[in-house]
Design a protein around this ligand. Structure first.
Ligand code: PEP
Ligand code: MN
Length: 339
């Protein structure tokens, strides 16, 4: 951290700041210029609050140099993390991995029909919610464990992996029987009990960005899982709340290259929740791959008009097939392949 003192700060004020920094555990290097004194505070502490220094008398500005997360930082693993699902499906390598399926698992027929179509088009992971975090308590809440069973059966039949949302620590051990990746939804990105529980297992976690979360907050949430010992974490940009109302959320495509630079963790994009509109999903999926996403999470339904949740943002199976064909052209332009 660098502390810039105000012009005319007194020696007494400067000494008080130095004493405070030393008490916080930093080594302090003082540089006195013609008008300003600058203090360089060096140390490995990540748990300090720069505002504690900012408020001291005579301080003009505090600039944080180190990131508040360590294990999620790119420095920790410069070569990048690859999350291996098995059967040659690796997230974070050269291949872009696509997870597709309905918003919610609704019935055996529905999930089988969708699994068949998305696997034919090249999806490697079947997505589908069994526990749904719905905005209204009166809407469909998901089939629970039964939904996971149906999804597992359909995925096994078509050679797919399964990703599904976990909402509560109490569901983790039951879900391990059915899923290959545990999804943490946007609404739970800061459910720290859940994050800690997921740090205690080794199953991959797809951690979605909260709808009002900064990139730093997302990486700090990932840090909770990593610090528990689970390094199989994949991040997911799914759109944030902005002043724009045309789309359901604003898909922050720029977050993809930003996160690639800041962190070694793979990053997915979810253009379905990111836009909320079926017609806007393919362009944003293409943009995400062009921007360097390691994978996509896409809602696809066999009968979107009658979907029990998020029909409007679910692609028809034919649209999904078309999108996959386009992605196979775009990925090589940025040195990738669709897995
Ligand atoms: C979902 O993927 O179905 C979902 C609920 O997403 P989010 O948590 O991003 O809203
Ligand atoms: Mn959904």
């Amino acid at each position: 951290m660098v502390v810039v003192m105000q012009e005319g700060a007194t020696d007494e004020q400067i000494q008080k700041v130095i004493d405070r920094l030393v008490a916080m555990g930093f080594d302090v290097h003082r540089s006195t210029g013609a008008t300003h004194t600058v203090l360089g505070a060096v140390g490995i502490r990540t748990d300090f609050d720069p505002r504690d220094v900012e408020l001291l008398d005579g301080v003009r500005e505090v600039v944080r140099i180190t990131q508040p997360y360590k294990l999620a930082s790119r420095h920790f693993r410069p070569e990048g993390t690859v999350v291996d699902l098995g059967r040659s499906v690796r997230i974070g390598g050269n291949e872009v991995i696509v997870a597709a399926g309905p918003c919610s698992v609704e019935s055996s027929d529905q999930i089988h029909a969708i699994a068949e179509r998305v696997s034919k088009s090249g999806a490697k992971i079947l997505r589908g919610g069994a526990f749904k975090p719905r905005t209204s308590p009166y809407t469909f809440q998901g089939l629970g464990e039964k939904g996971l069973q149906l999804m597992r059966q359909a995925a096994d039949k078509y050679g797919l992996f399964v990703v599904s949302e976990v909402m509560d620590p109490s569901q983790v051990s039951m879900m391990l029987n059915y899923v290959d990746v545990l999804q943490v939804g946007a609404r739970n990105m800061q459910n720290y009990h859940l994050l800690r529980a997921l740090g205690e297992i080794q199953k991959p976690v797809l951690l979605k960005r909260g709808m009002a979360a900064t990139i730093e907050e997302l990486l700090l949430s990932a840090e909770y899982i990593l610090s528990g010992g689970n390094y199989n974490v994949v991040l997911c940009e799914r759109g944030i709340r902005t002043f724009e109302t045309y789309t359901r959320n604003t898909l922050d495509i720029a977050a993809i290259p930003v996160i690639k630079k800041l962190s070694h963790l793979p990053i997915f994009a979810d253009p379905s929740n990111g836009t909320g509109r079926r017609d806007k999903v393919p362009p944003m999926a293409r943009a995400a791959v062009a921007a360097g996403a390691d994978g996509l999470l896409i809602e696809v339904h066999n009968d979107p008009e009658h979907a029990l949740s998020d029909g409007a943002q679910s692609l028809y199976a034919d649209q999904f097939a078309q999108l996959m064909a386009e992605l196979r052209i775009i990925a090589p332009a940025v040195g990738r392949r669709i897995g």
